[in-house]
Design a protein around this ligand. Structure first.
Ligand SMILES: [Zn+2]
Length: 107
């Protein structure tokens, strides 16, 4: 995971955010202002894996922090996601799938 920072709206102090901090706000050491910590990007929180061989297609999403599979589809269900245009093939798969799952409140 990359380092994250948040900028204090009060004094412009740039605060390094510990990896474990997610949705909490942080108090600025310089001026005491509450600093909003940005959410981690979905791609940092979840892994997307694909398994494709002959007529089998599997896509599953793992919650990295909990090390738990939170979404899994196979074969026709997986292909349906492409056909419906919810996920993009190739490079865009990870982002588009995570966006879709977020929108539908699966993750
Ligand atoms: Zn400050």
């Amino acid at each position: 995971m990359g380092k994250r920072t948040a900028t204090c709206p009060g004094c412009g102090n740039v605060i390094e955010v510990p990896e474990k901090w997610m949705k909490y706000d942080i108090g600025c050491k310089e001026c005491g202002e509450e600093v909003e910590v940005p959410d981690l990007p979905l791609t940092e929180l979840f892994d997307v894996d694909i398994w494709a061989e002959r007529d089998r297609l599997g896509i599953w999403v793992t919650d990295k922090e909990r090390d738990k599979v939170v979404f899994e589809v196979w074969d026709d269900d997986a292909r349906q996601l492409y056909e419906d245009g919810f996920v993009k093939p190739g490079e865009g798969l990870k982002d588009s799938l995570l966006e879709y799952l977020k929108e539908t409140k699966v993750i």
